[in-house]
Design a protein around this ligand. Sequence first.
Ligand SMILES: [Zn+2]
Length: 287
Amino acid sequence: MADRIFGHIPGVPVGTLFASRQALREAGVHSQNMAGISGSQPEGADAIVISGGYEDDEDWGTEVIYTGQGGRDQETGKQVEDQTLTRGNLGLVITRNKGLPLRVIRKVDDEYRYDGLYRVADAWHETGKSGMRVWRYRLTALEPFGVPREDGAHLQTPLDDAEGRSSPSRKTTTVSRVIRDTRKSRELKERYQHTCQVCSIRLVGVGGPYAEAAHVRPLGKPHDGPDTFDNLVCLCPNHHALFDMGGFRIADDLSLIGIDGILHVHPTHILNRAYLKYHRDHYSPEE
Ligand SMILES: [Zn+2]
């Protein structure tokens, strides 16, 4: 089998249409005939097809909430069992952890359109509309939408729905990047003197100290956590990454789950227990 390619497939510009899943596979754009996720462990997933088959998917164009695979009844398509962190679901988490690009293909009418590269920005599990556990992923476009095609035409954005609601997702993308350095974040980091609340390490570079403000319940869709002190913790980059990946969680008594220790909290900093629970519920390892 040929090596899996992460990124664009040479000779396949964004906007290329394919008549069938088989055509996608033969072009090397997506290696599966049936499954939505191409690739798995240990390399990671390299492509997905958004076909609208999952009731939990949400597509805003530059930002997508994608549902993992498995647990569906073959005939009815209904979610009848919990999804597990295996196969393509694990593949997407590996893609995130390795920072690899993901090719996104959308089913448009009866065709499949290559829509370019996305980043797996977040991965978590939750109880889907069916009552079963589903794995979910937030994907963000790596390139501006509406990339010109080689033939000079402009890629149609699926954002432009009947009511012309094309801007919100773009706004969301911008906000979630900028928001890392909100006034709230800066104030929190100053309150902790840029010291990690988990390991008490304070990093100092030539330009001064460095810490990161982590949102306990993540910002942006679909989590919609607030940018408030009771939803923020001050962490070093290692513990921020580990927290976002579910490598540790915070109990209501502020002891840490998954690693040893306790969260050091300033007396004036009250964390909202509901947000701690939200993080535990969505980022804990499967039972
Ligand atoms: Zn730390």
